[in-house]
Design a protein around this ligand. Structure first.
Ligand code: PLP
Length: 267
């Protein structure tokens, strides 16, 4: 995927995280930056939206101005070009369009990952129908890896059969889709499955741990992005990211009265 592996921790690969600010510190950019740092990357970040949120749920979401995001992106790519970009919560149609344009310009320079955040795990919407249609018509054509859970996969495509939904995503231009199985009805194991536009398929089973966790999706997508930027082929990056997340979940802590937070500081 990348021309050369860069495992050198003195020269960490630059990962740009684009997403929302969760003041509780469990999800969004906090989770991205902790993950990227723990796995040996250098995190840059662009704030797409501010949330009002605690460890229970999201109450409000306030998008940032896209002209500011564009100025920030232009300065960053000139000075600190990212080897990979990981996008999470985008919040509105303007932000999706802005990112689609940015991703188009980064084609061939950066590995572009979209973790579609449509709802917060604990409740609260972070999307709209206009935003979904911009995602379909503009952003997916410039997405190297999309990491939806099944609910997001169906909501994005409007197809309620996994094979048809994946076919539609490839038709729209996505290169790889990792469907995460956290929301599936499988009691003991989570099945994650990777589809590639050249027909390759691979799946993994990881233990399902009891509890309500905050920031799992953000952390998994950031871990895969960082490990891929460090030179691992995508299937190995996914496998190692899953192992790392499982360790973070096993040492999770509960700083508030709601969900458990991943302990991304321990390896
Ligand atoms: N990004 C932001 C800004 C959020 O507030 C949330 C939600 O809780 C998420 C992403 C999604 O978090 P998770 O990884 O738990 O799906």
């Amino acid at each position: 995927m990348f021309p050369e592996a860069k495992p050198d921790l003195n020269n960490p690969p630059v990962i740009l995280a684009v997403g929302g600010l969760d003041p509780s510190g469990g999800a969004g950019l906090h989770a991205d930056i902790k993950t990227i740092t723990a796995l040996g990357g250098h995190a840059c970040s662009l704030v797409t939206l501010l949330t009002v949120q605690d460890s229970h749920r999201v109450y409000e979401s306030h998008p940032m101005a896209v002209d500011v995001l564009e100025s920030q992106l232009q300065k960053l790519v000139t000075d600190i070009p990212p080897l990979a970009v990981k996008a999470g919560a985008l919040g509105n149609t303007d932000t999706v369009r802005w990112l689609a344009n940015g991703f188009k310009r980064l084609q061939g320079q950066s590995f572009r990952v979209v973790d579609p955040v449509l709802k917060a795990g604990g409740g609260g919407s972070l999307s709209s129908s206009d935003m979904l249609s911009a995602l379909r018509s503009e952003l997916l054509a410039h997405t190297d890896l999309l990491t939806p859970n099944v609910l997001e996969l169906f909501e994005i495509t409007g197809e309620y059969n996994e094979a048809s939904a994946i076919a539609m995503l490839f038709h729209l231009g996505v290169k790889h889709v990792l469907v995460t199985g956290g929301h599936d009805d499988t009691p003991n194991l989570i099945h994650n499955r990777l589809y590639t536009d050249d027909g390759q398929y691979q799946q993994w089973q990881i233990p399902r741990l009891a509890g309500e966790f905050h920031g799992t999706g953000c952390s998994l997508a950031s871990a895969i992005t960082t490990l891929a930027a460090r030179g691992l082929p995508l299937p190995q990056a996914i496998e190692q990211a899953q192992d790392w997340i499982t360790r973070c979940l096993k040492s999770a802590y509960k700083p508030g009265r709601g969900q458990w937070f991943l302990n991304s500081g321990t390896i």
